[in-house]
Design a protein around this ligand. Sequence first.
Ligand code: BTN
Length: 219
Amino acid sequence: MSRVVWLASAGSTNTEALEQARLGVPHGWAVAARTQSGGRGRLGRVWEARPGNLYLSVVLRPDVPPDRLPWMTLGAGVVIAETLGPPFAVKWPNDVLDDQGRKVAGVLAEAEWTDGRLDALVVGIGVNLVDAPPGATHLAEHGRTVSREELAETVCRGLASLDPATVPSRWADRSCTLGRRVRIGEVEGRAVALDDDGALLVATRSGRQRVVTGDLGFL
Ligand code: BTN
């Protein structure tokens, strides 16, 4: 059974999904658009729409404590990297890169809370299938012809059945981050592990530091 509702166009599929989440759609409901006019990226960036790429948002209603929620968003990167297979891997927190460090997919998770309780987590996913901005990559460049509809269904199923307890080891298996020298804001050092809440632990000259969010660059 198809789970994904397809729109010819949307402002942002995350906005559509957040609206539907407020109206009560169930866990695993998803919306995709063939194009977006107002795609949002992490850290307030714009996610440009290029024809033929995937713009997907999945509504999740996971029963996890708030401090374990990052595993659901980290899990989105894992599901994409596992679905695409090598050479694609996850860069903390949840970008998916090829083996030359070029981005093929990104994840923007947005949560709806009522009185401190999570109502819904919308996981928005952009995958470059046939085109990409300068410096990024797309699947066609790797010789992959992928059906947008099938990829959307597979990723949606993977997210709807995601058990956060499985994410730490799966993330480590698909990571292109651990063991590398990185910089996130002021923090510079070697990425050594993820903490219990998904924060990145970085071994710096002044000791181990925890990073909970930010933009990671490789050194
Ligand atoms: C990032 O890497 O900055 C995250 C990009 C997320 C883009 C997707 S496209 C589908 C969904 N709708 C949005 O407006 N953003 C996400």
